[in-house]
Design a protein around this ligand. Structure first.
Ligand code: ACO
Length: 426
C-alpha cells in the first residue's frame, strides 16, 4: 500500500488505501471499512462519495473544466456534432469518417417507431407532462423490441435503437400534444436536422431547415451529453446494477432528470423569469427572496453541487443564445432580464460567499424558446442530449469486472423493538 489514510477508532488504527485518478484526484477506498471496523460512512446526498471508477467524463468544479473522454467540451462544441460526440462517449474514441457514416446510417435505419406506440400517446390525459410520457414510452420500447441483451451485437443494436427512437418519440409527443399530424423521420437528414423537421414540419407549412438552428441544437446536445455521476446518471447506474434491461434503466434516468433541482431547472428558469417579468421585473425582490432562509424560493439556474465557479457549459450556452437570437432577429425580454439578474447575483455577497454561479440551465431555456421549442419540452430536450452519457455510463458499469449491485446502507434512528398492540387495545 503506497498511499493510505489512517482511521483511529477506539484506540485501534486502520489503514485504508488512497487511490489516485488520472487527473490527480484522490479517494480513500473504504470498501473494507465495515469489515475491518464495523463502521459505515454517513454522507447525505453522496456529496463526498465516489460511487465508481469511470473513464468517461472529467469534471473539475473549482477550475470549471469539463472533458468527455479527455476532450474539452469547448472543442467538441466548436468542432464536433452531437452524433460524433455520442459515438465518442459510447465507444471511448472519436470515430473515423467511415465509422461515423456507418453510425449515422444505423441511426437513420432505426429511427421509425412501431405504429402501435402512437395508440399509447392518445391515452395519456391531455395535460400530461412530456417527461412522464417519455419515461413511459422508453420503458415501453422493451415490449416492442424484446431481444436479449447478452450478446455484444444485441447491446449495440439496443443502443442505436434508443438513440434514434427516443428522438422520434420526443417529436411525436409534441405533435400529438398539439393535435397535429405526426411527421416521420427522414432518411436524408442527419440527427439534429431530422429532429427539427419532425418537430416543425407540417403538411400545410413545410419547414425550412435553418443551418444556424441545426448548429445550435448540436451544441445544445453536446453540452448536455454527459456530466459524470449526477442524479439521473446515478439513477441509471443504480437501476442498471440490478441487471435490468437498458430501456428500463434509461426510463429511470428520465424520471430522475425531471425534477426542478436537476434537469427540470431549464423549464423552471423560464417560469421564474416570466413570473418576474409579469410582476413588473423586480429583480431585487427575486434576489431578496432567494436569500431568505424562510422562503423556499431559489434562483433557478443558479448553483451546482460540483461547480464552485462559472459552469463552462453555461459560458458556451450564453454566447450561443446571444448569437441565435441575433441571427433570428428575435428580441426576447427574458434574455435581458436573465443577464441583469446574473449581474446582480454575481455582485451580491450571499451569492459570492455560497459560490453560486449560473449553471447550464440558466440560458438554455431562452435558446430553446428562440428555436420554437415549447417550455414543457425543455427537459425532454435535455434528456435526448443526456442519452449518450447515460448509455455510456450504463455500459461502463455493465462491463466492469468489479460490478456490484448498488445497495447503500443507512443509520437507523427509528424506534427500538416495540410490542405489537392489537387494534382494539390501542
Ligand atoms: N438560490 C439561492 N440559494 C441557493 C441556491 C439558489 N439557486 N443554490 C444553493 N443555494 C444556497 C442554499 O440555500 C445553501 O445555503 P445554506 O448553506 O446557507 O443553507 C447553499 O447555497 C448550498 O446549497 P445546497 O442546496 O446545500 O447545495 P447543493 O449542492 O445540494 O445544491 C443545487 C445544488 C440543487 C443545484 C442548488 O444549487 C439549487 O437548488 N439550484 C437551483 C436549481 C438548479 O438550477 N438546478 C440545476 C442544477 S444543474 C443540473 O442539474 C442540470
Amino acid at each position: 500500500m503506497d498511499d493510505y489514510a489512517e482511521i483511529t477508532y477506539k484506540g485501534k488504527t486502520y489503514k485504508l488505501p488512497v487511490v489516485e485518478g488520472s487527473e490527480g484526484e484522490k479517494a480513500i477506498d473504504i470498501s473494507t471499512l465495515r469489515q475491518k471496523t464495523g463502521l459505515i460512512t454517513l454522507d447525505p446526498g453522496f456529496a463526498n462519495t465516489g460511487s465508481c471508477i469511470s473513464s468517461i467524463t472529467y469534471l473539475d468544479g473549482e477550475k470549471g473544466i469539463l472533458r468527455y473522454r479527455g476532450i474539452p467540451v469547448e472543442d467538441l462544441a466548436r468542432h464536433s456534432t452531437f452524433t460524433e460526440t455520442a459515438y465518442l462517449l459510447i465507444n471511448g474514441v472519436l470515430p473515423t469518417r467511415e465509422e461515423l457514416n456507418r453510425f449515422s446510417v444505423l441511426l437513420n435505419d432505426n429511427s421509425l417507431v412501431h405504429e402501435d406506440m402512437q395508440i399509447f400517446y392518445q391515452n395519456f390525459p391531455r395535460a400530461s407532462h412530456p417527461m412522464g410520457i417519455l419515461s413511459s414510452m422508453v420503458n415501453a420500447l422493451r415490449s416492442f423490441y424484446p431481444e436479449l441483451q447478452t450478446v455484444e451485437e444485441e447491446i449495440n443494436k439496443t443502443v442505436t435503437r434508443l438513440l434514434s427512437k427516443m428522438r422520434t418519440l420526443a417529436a411525436m409527443s409534441y405533435k400529438i400534444s398539439m393535435g397535429h399530424k405526426v411527421i416521420y423521420p427522414r432518411y436524408d437528414l442527419p440527427y439534429c436536422a431530422n429532429f427539427l423537421n419532425m418537430m416543425f414540419d407540417s403538411p400545410v407549412k413545410p419547414y425550412h431547415i435553418h443551418k444556424e438552428l441545426v448548429k445550435a441544437l448540436n451544441v445544445f446536445w453536446i453540452l448536455h451529453a454527459d456530466h459524470e455521476q449526477n442524479c439521473s446518471t446515478s439513477a441509471v447506474r443504480v437501476v442498471g446494477s440490478g441487471r435490468v434491461n437498458l430501456y428500463a434503466a434509461i426510463s429511470a434516468g428520465i424520471a430522475a432528470l425531471w425534477g426542478p433541482l436537476h434537469g427540470g431547472a431549464n423549464q423552471a428558469v423560464i417560469e421564474m423569469l416570466s413570473d418576474i417579468e409579469k410582476s413588473g421585473g423586480n429583480l431585487n425582490n427575486a434576489i431578496k427572496r432567494a436569500k431568505d432562509k424562510n422562503d423556499p424560493f431559489r434562483l433557478m439556474g443558479f448553483g451546482h453541487r460540483i461547480y464552485k465557479t462559472y459552469d463552462p457549459r453555461a459560458k458556451i450556452m450564453k454566447k450561443m443564445c446571444d448569437k441565435i437570437l441575433k441571427k433570428l432577429k428575435i428580441k426576447d425580454p427574458l434574455l435581458d432580464l436573465a443577464k441583469e439578474l446574473e449581474d446582480i447575483a454575481l455582485n451580491d455577497d450571499y451569492f459570492k460567499e455560497c459560490n453560486l454561479y449560473p449553471n447550464i440551465d440558466f440560458y438554455s431555456g431562452i435558446m430553446l424558446r428562440a428555436m420554437g421549442i415549447p417550455t414543457n419540452m425543455f427537459t425532454v430536450m435535455f434528456a435526448i442530449g443526456r442519452l449518450p452519457g447515460w448509455i455510456s455510463q450504463w455500459k461502463e458499469s455493465a462491463d466492469d469486472p468489479a460490478w456490484k449491485l448498488s445497495r447503500p446502507r443507512q443509520l437507523y434512528m427509528g424506534p427500538t423493538k416495540t410490542e405489537f398492540i392489537p387494534i382494539d387495545k390501542r
